[in-house]
Design a protein around this ligand. Structure first.
Ligand code: AMP
Length: 179
């Protein structure tokens, strides 16, 4: 069996750009083309694990839906619990709700009111940072529990949209791939 050396450029090249999806003017970064490759997927998981293994993370919070893919695997790698943040009406029990603006539209997010404790060390994960509206809503939801140690991670960050500048300065933000 042949094997190739995977590096950050190979990961970046494996992400498919889809112009004008889901609407005109959006350059959609399709991460499924990276995740379907076993060696690339393994490389991504290893990089994320190595970044956070010493941080004492107790809960990984994944944002629906693409944030569930790496988020849940990362929770397993870090021996942390996994908590979903979901779109409205999906969670069955009592929730906190937070509205936010998207690169294309607006929406709200929910988390179960018993999902976290104030002493949790939380890693919020999503597939991509664009304008930062989604992750800021997730941060606001996590803060409702009194959590003070919050890390934020993205697989992909669109630097030109400056979403990082909208995230509170006390939060450690890290992305594997930048455009
Ligand atoms: P934002 O709230 O603007 O940071 O948007 C981030 C969320 O929208 C993430 O959950 C992404 O999955 C999705 N998203 C926004 N823009 C894009 C894009 N250009 N390509 C892929 N996903 C995107």
């Amino acid at each position: 069996m042949s094997s190739i050396i995977i590096g950050i450029d190979a990961v970046k090249n494996s992400i498919r750009n889809v112009p004008n999806f889901p609407k005109e003017g959006i350059q959609f970064k399709d991460v499924s083309t990276a995740f379907k490759d076993q060696q690339i997927f393994k490389y991504i998981v290893t990089e994320l694990r190595n970044k956070y293994i010493a941080c004492g993370i107790t809960k990984v919070v994944g944002i629906e839906s693409r944030g569930f893919i790496l988020g849940s695997i990362l929770a397993g790698e870090l021996e942390a619990g996994f908590v979903p943040i979901r779109k409205p009406g999906k969670l069955p029990s009592e929730t906190f709700v937070q509205s936010y603006d998207l690169e294309y539209g607006s929406d709200s997010l929910e988390i179960h009111t018993d999902a976290l404790d104030g002493d949790d060390v939380v890693l919020i994960h999503d597939d991509l940072l664009a304008t930062g509206g989604t992750v800021n809503a997730a941060v606001d939801l996590v803060r409702k529990f009194g959590v003070t140690k919050i890390y934020v991670n993205f697989f992909v960050e669109l630097d030109f949209l400056c979403g990082r500048e909208r995230i509170a300065k006390d939060i450690n933000v890290w992305s594997l791939i930048h455009y």
